[in-house]
Design a protein around this ligand. Structure first.
Ligand code: ADP
Length: 320
C-alpha cells in the first residue's frame, strides 16, 4: 500500500494521539502517504481529511483527547453513507485505514473492509470493554484519574465522617470500577458483571464496618448500574451516616496519558501499519497476555470478555 489513512471514532481516550503519531510516523518512514481523517467516519463521508507528515504529529504524545477529533456518525451505518466514505477513499487513493476506537468503530471497520477498503482496528477507549483485547488505550490513564479524584474525596469524607457513593464510567464494563475500587479501598463495589444484592453487599457491609468503629465509607458504582443518588439516600436512611453521591463524569476521559498508555498506543499504532504494509487488512490489533497480536475483525467481534472474579473476591475480602 502506498496511501493509508487514520481516524479516531467513538469515545475519545488519552493515548489516542500517541497511536495517531505512531501510525503517521511508521507510514511516512516506510514511504507511504498518510491522511488524517477528521471526526471519525463523519469526516470520511464529508471528505474532511488532511495529509499528515512526521512533523504534523509533533508535540501530541503527551496530550489527551485526539488531534483528529472524534464523532459518533449514524450516517455511516447506512449504505448511502458507507458508499460516500468509499468514494472519498477512491478520490484520494486511500488503500487502507487504521481505525482507532471501540467495538462500534470496529463494526464500521468490518463493513468497510467487506466493501474493499482494508481496515485495521486499534482499541482506544477508557472503558476496557473491547471483547477481543485484554487492554484498551486510555484505560490506565482513566484508572489513575479516578483514583486521584476519589483520594481527594476521601480527605473530605473522612473529615466529616460521611459516606460517598461514586459513579464511575465504563459503559457496561465494570473493570474501571472494580480496579479503582480496590485502589481506593472502597467498602463496597457494585458492577454489572456480578449480581449484587444491595442490602447484603452494601448496607450490611457498612453496618458491619460501623461495628468496628469505621466512620467514613466509599462505595464505588459502575455507570452500567447507575442510580447513585437513590443509593446514597438508602444508605443514609438505613445506616444513619450522612451520605452524598457524585457522578465523576467526563473529567475521567481527559488528561495527559500515562506512560503505559503512551507505550501501548505506540506499539499498537506501529503494529497496525506493519500489517497494512504487508497488504493485510480486516484485522484488529489487540493485547493478549501482555503481547500485541492481531485477529480477524469478524472473529474479534464475536469474542466474549469476562470480569476478573478473583480480583472481585479479593476486594470483597480486604475492604472491610
Ligand atoms: P465505540 O467505537 O467506542 O464502541 P460507538 O459504538 O459509538 O463507539 O461507534 C462509533 C461509530 O462507529 C458510530 O458512530 C458509527 O459511525 C460506527 N459504527 C458503530 N456501529 C456500527 C455498525 N454496526 N456498522 C457500521 N458502523 C458502525
Amino acid at each position: 500500500m502506498k496511501t493509508i489513512a487514520v481516524l479516531t471514532s467513538g469515545g475519545d481516550a488519552p493515548g489516542m494521539n500517541a497511536a495517531i503519531r505512531a501510525v503517521v510516523r511508521t507510514g511516512c518512514e516506510n514511504g507511504m502517504s498518510v491522511y488524517g481523517i477528521n471526526r471519525g467516519y463523519q469526516g470520511l463521508i464529508d471528505d474532511d481529511l488532511i495529509e499528515l507528515n512526521i512533523r504534523s504529529v509533533s508535540d501530541i504524545i503527551h496530550r489527551g483527547g485526539t488531534m483528529l477529533h472524534s464523532a459518533r456518525c449514524l450516517a455511516f451505518k447506512e449504505e448511502e453513507g458507507m458508499q460516500k466514505a468509499i468514494e472519498t477513499c477512491k478520490k484520494h487513493g486511500i488503500e487502507g485505514i487504521v481505525v482507532i476506537g471501540g467495538d462500534g468503530s470496529f463494526r464500521g471497520a468490518r463493513d468497510l473492509s467487506l466493501r474493499g477498503i482494508p481496515c485495521i482496528g486499534v482499541p482506544g477507549t477508557i472503558d476496557n470493554d473491547i471483547v477481543s483485547s485484554d487492554y484498551t488505550i486510555g484505560y490506565d490513564t482513566c484508572l489513575n484519574t479516578i483514583m486521584d479524584m476519589v483520594d481527594r474525596l476521601r480527605d473530605t469524607v473522612e473529615s466529616h465522617s460521611r459516606c460517598m457513593v461514586v459513579e464511575v464510567m465504563g459503559n457496561r464494563c465494570g473493570d474501571l470500577t472494580l480496579n479503582s475500587g480496590i485502589a481506593v479501598g472502597a467498602t463496597a463495589i457494585v458492577i454489572p458483571e456480578i449480581q449484587s444484592d444491595i442490602e447484603k453487599h452494601v448496607i450490611e457491609r457498612i453496618r458491619r464496618t460501623q461495628k468496628t468503629d469505621k466512620k467514613h465509607f466509599i462505595i464505588m458504582v459502575a455507570e452500567g448500574i447507575g442510580g447513585v443518588a437513590a443509593l446514597a439516600k438508602k444508605i443514609q436512611e438505613e445506616c444513619g451516616v450522612e451520605t452524598r453521591s457524585i457522578v465523576l463524569g467526563h473529567v475521567q476521559r481527559g488528561g495527559s496519558p500515562t506512560a503505559r498508555d503512551r507505550v501501548i498506543a505506540s506499539e499498537m499504532g506501529y503494529h497496525a501499519v506493519q500489517l497494512l504494509m504487508k497488504g493485510i487488512g480486516n484485522r484488529v490489533v489487540v493485547m493478549r497476555k501482555d503481547e500485541i497480536v492481531d485477529y480477524d475483525i469478524i472473529e474479534a467481534l464475536t469474542m466474549t470478555k469476562e470480569i476478573d472474579t478473583t480480583l472481585y473476591n479479593i476486594a470483597h475480602e480486604i475492604s472491610i
